[in-house]
Design a protein around this ligand. Structure first.
Ligand code: CP
Ligand code: NVA
Length: 312
């Protein structure tokens, strides 16, 4: 049956490891896999802005022998004029997969329920699972085995990256700590899902309002913008609540001596992270950005092998 990646726990622990192993191979031999030879087309739809996601999918689909069709919702019938499920029924007649950056998670669910081709969440208000595959690949490259490592996210606890960190890292058997102000907590059902996943993998979840407690001894420190797309009107109030949660050199010093710093980008230096951290020696943000390409190629290969009608 066709598989989709709508949220991080759509991949089981074994499947996540399989995709990451494949990403390592794809990165080592960039032109070897050509599942989209033809070329077959993949639709990549954007309701929100993007640099990395747009470029990494366009380049990755071309690397796989395919043709990327980049669609802006503003110039399409999606977004109020046509339902996600009707759109999906049309696209599946012509494309091999659908990649969609949107607002509501429910739109992605409707899109996936309405089609026989794989649907990939390229960021929603709730999750950013493609970014997490790239982040896990980056951590693995620098730290080896993921299981047992501790990752600390400090900042906006209601961020899509937090929800993806909770699910993807517990799936990988990691310990996830989130340091956030009480006004911006993660979604309780996602925290509960992450804790349940951790029970099976040896991972765990710690929520705290104390940034130093979150970071102490951590192997990886992560943050993200305080003002996610769609929340621009809340900037002033968010900056006030989140200022004590900036990742500074002093906070970074609480982490393990060889801790990595990650940020999905785009970054607001001087807000969620000090320039000395994001541009400092522990930062691996450029590897992280490049790994979007390799991780997403692996994901597409994996999904295309499992799509209805794929050769057994
Ligand atoms: N990290 C990320 O998804 O970046 P873009 O918004 O540029 O795609
Ligand atoms: N949390 C950010 C991530 C951007 C890649 C946003 O949703 O705007």
């Amino acid at each position: 049956m066709t598989r989709h990646l709508l949220r991080d726990d759509d991949l089981s622990p074994a499947e996540q490891a399989e995709v990451l192993d494949l990403a390592v191979r794809v990165k080592a031999d960039r032109w070897a896999a050509r599942p989209l030879e033809g070329p077959q087309t993949v639709a990549v739809i954007f309701d929100k802005s993007s640099t990395r996601t747009r470029v990494s999918f366009a380049v990755g689909i071309a690397d796989l022998g395919g043709s990327p069709l980049i669609i802006s919702t503003a110039n399409s019938q999606l977004g109020g004029k046509e339902t996600p499920s009707d759109t999906a029924r049309v696209l599946e007649r012509m494309v091999a997969a659908i990649v969609w950056r949107t607002y509501a998670q429910s739109g992605l669910q409707e899109m996936a329920a309405g089609t026989t081709v794989p649907v990939v969440n390229a960021l929603s208000d709730d999750f950013h699972p493609c970014q997490l595959l790239a982040d896990l690949l980056t951590i693995r490259e620098h730290k080896g085995d993921l299981a047992g490592l501790t990752v600390a996210f400090v900042g906006d606890g209601s961020d899509n990256m937090v929800h993806s960190y909770l699910l993807a890292c517990t799936t990988a058997g990691m310990h996830v700590r989130i340091g956030f102000p009480a006004a911006y907590p993660p979604m309780p059902d996602v925290v509960e899902d992450a804790r349940r996943i951790g029970e099976g993998t040896g991972g765990s979840v710690l929520l705290t309002q104390d940034p130093a407690e979150a970071v102490r001894g951590a192997d990886v420190v992560v943050t993200d913008t305080w003002v996610s797309m769609g929340r621009e009107d809340e900037k002033a109030v968010r900056v006030e609540a989140l200022s004590p949660y900036q990742v500074t050199p002093a906070l970074m010093a609480e982490a393990a001596e060889d801790a990595l710093f990650l940020h999905c980008l785009p970054a607001d230096r001087g807000y969620e992270v000090a320039p000395g951290v994001i541009d400092g020696p522990q930062s691996v943000i450029w590897d992280e950005a490049e790994n979007r390409l390799h991780a997403q190629k692996a994901l597409l290969i994996w999904l295309l092998e499992r799509a209805d009608g794929a050769a057994a």
